[in-house]
Design a protein around this ligand. Structure first.
Ligand code: ARG
Length: 544
């Protein structure tokens, strides 16, 4: 469904040939929208603006949408959408089986690479962001009819296992009995020995080759570390109410067997060349080449990512691939995509996008730490929020804070502010929804029904209806631009328009058609709030 503002914009554009720059009217008596298009055209043509405005009004056929147009002041055109048109839009929304969402005209297969924590390490604040953002993309694209294929590219391979295995053997640990927190501590002990103990570092490096060469004992310990990590990841996903499951796991190790094949292909096609002992892909615009095989014969993060792209295109048949990681990996992905295109793994008709996000900061403006000064794990953040609010509200607070400002920006993890039910917060939107539910419950208890929306005479009703008609368009924009803050901002505006409506228009205390229309308006707003919050991964509570 095209929104009323968009429809009107298009009609004016068709007649004038330029962007009408429609603006919301500054006062209700000026209607709903105003355009200065006549003033701009008049200037170009050297003619009196009111004359140009009159001409446009003459040629513009919007009688089905608007009241007779008015020319104001020096030549502005004022548009007032007809009340019954607004009412029809609200009824259509209530009856729409897709809840006002536009099904994609060309459904795609979309791979979303998100979450991707690392084995034997606790999930940290960064993983909180990728998991929440990726989950939102998953929900939005799925709701529009795309086939979403989540890929959880967990760090389950790589050189860190050299030191981990060596440390497990040195300490004589049973890796299979560790909790993830204990494995994390083990990781830290191994890492610090690796830095400080020359002999240990040498053994750890040697262990990488032995392990990657298929040594049984090493692989057993590796498997144990993987096995204890996965349930802990799932526990975090459950706590976060995100859609990821074991079916979405495709860790780095998935691609092990592909790497030698892929690399020799790159070498024989000449896409990769040996430089200083390492096999490299040079891509324009980057100072350093992408190393696909190190001089010691090992493969790294980039090689695995190339292999993953090849499978996502070749086996998963992706039309679009989205990566959600911290903004610092932007260079890595730009270069990997370019190398993949050069190698022919990523055809031009497949889109690859990296969505980078900023850091989570504490109240002091520095990277978030827990109260005892330790690095913030994902669960410590959830704990902190749950100390001040019930779990579904705490979760709403966190997710909304994460999604509501531009993703690239750092944001301050200020639990006290985030859980408030006033201001631009998740709980405020939950509260707006719960309040409508309460009104609807009362109406039901008193046996008051609502039918088609017939009367929408008040400016506050009309503003609410106008906003409601824009929902589908806003969600489309999120799907394209991958900017969830647009949906957050929209829902926040909607909740604001709802508050004004309550203030100016009694619902249950009114009567007859007015009351039934207002209830219908409430029902439509409830539907949009619930659907919109759902797309953000936030639970629309019925009571608070
Ligand atoms: N495991 C990595 C990290 O924790 C993120 C992996 C992102 N995905 C990818 N295909 N490289 O930073």
């Amino acid at each position: 469904m095209q929104s009323l503002p968009a429809l009107l914009d298009q009609r004016v554009r068709d007649v004038t040939g330029v962007d009408p720059e429609m603006r919301p009217a500054t006062k209700p008596q000026f209607g709903h929208f105003q355009s200065n298009v006549a003033l701009r055209l008049a200037k170009q043509e050297g003619r009196p603006p009111r004359e140009v405005a009159a001409e446009i009004v003459e040629r513009l056929d919007v009688a089905d949408l608007c009241e007779p147009l008015e020319i104001a002041g020096p030549g502005f055109i004022n548009f007032r959408i007809r009340a019954e048109v607004l009412a029809r839009a609200v009824s259509a929304l209530l009856e729409d089986p897709n809840d006002g969402l536009n099904r994609a005209s060309h459904p795609q297969r979309v791979v979303i690479d998100y979450s991707a924590p690392n084995v034997a390490k606790q999930m940290h604040v960064g993983h909180l962001r990728t998991t929440i953002i990726g989950d939102c993309f998953n929900r939005v694209l799925t709701a529009l009819g795309h086939t979403v294929i989540p890929q959880n590219h967990i760090g389950d391979w790589g050189t860190q296992f050299g030191m981990l295995i060596e440390e497990v053997l040195d300490e004589g640990l049973d890796a299979g009995s560790l909790t993830l927190a204990e494995a994390d501590a083990l990781y830290k002990r191994a890492a610090s020995r690796f830095r400080e103990d020359e002999e240990f570092a040498r053994r750890a490096r040697a262990r990488v080759a032995v392990f990657q060469g298929g040594d049984e004992e090493s692989l057993r310990i590796w498997q144990q570390l993987v096995d204890i990590s996965k349930p802990a990841f799932n526990e975090a996903y459950e706590r976060l109410h995100v859609l990821l499951t074991d079916d979405d796991l495709a860790g780095e190790s998935t691609y092990n067997d592909d790497l030698p094949v892929l690399v020799s292909e790159l070498e024989s096609s000449g896409v990769a060349v040996v430089d200083d002992g390492a096999l490299c892909v040079f891509v324009d615009g980057f100072d350093a080449p992408l190393i696909v095989r190190k001089s010691d014969g090992g493969y790294g993060y980039a090689t695995t990512d190339l292999a993953a792209i090849r499978r996502r295109v070749g086996e998963l048949d992706a039309d679009r691939i989205i990566y959600v990681t911290d903004a610092r990996q932007a260079g890595h992905f730009a270069q990997t995509f370019a190398a993949a295109r050069k190698a022919g793994f990523l055809p031009d008709d497949v889109t690859a996008q990296h969505v980078g996000y900023g850091m989570v900061l504490g109240n002091d403006g520095k990277p978030f730490k827990t109260r005892d000064g330790s690095a913030a794990t994902l669960s410590s953040l959830l704990d902190a929020a749950e100390e001040v609010a019930a779990p579904p509200i705490a979760l709403a607070a966190i997710k909304y804070a994460d999604l509501s400002s531009g993703l690239q920006k750092d944001y301050v993890f200020d639990v006290e502010r985030m859980v408030q039910t006033t201001g631009n917060t998740g709980p405020y939107l939950q509260y707006a929804h719960a309040r409508i539910c309460q009104i609807m419950r009362k109406a039901e208890a008193e046996d008051i029904g609502y039918g088609a929306v017939v009367v929408l005479a008040e400016p506050a009703e009309q503003q609410l209806a106008l906003l409601l008609s824009r929902f589908g368009e806003i969600v489309d924009e999120v799907a394209t631009s991958l900017q969830p803050h647009k949906l957050c901002g929209y829902l926040y505006d909607l909740a604001g328009a709802l508050a004004t409506f309550y203030e100016q228009c009694p619902v249950l205390k009114s009567e007859g058609d007015v009351r039934s229309s207002r209830l219908a308006l409430c029902a439509a707003t409830r539907q949009v709030l619930a659907t919109g919050l759902g797309l953000l991964g936030i639970e629309a509570l019925e009571r608070m």
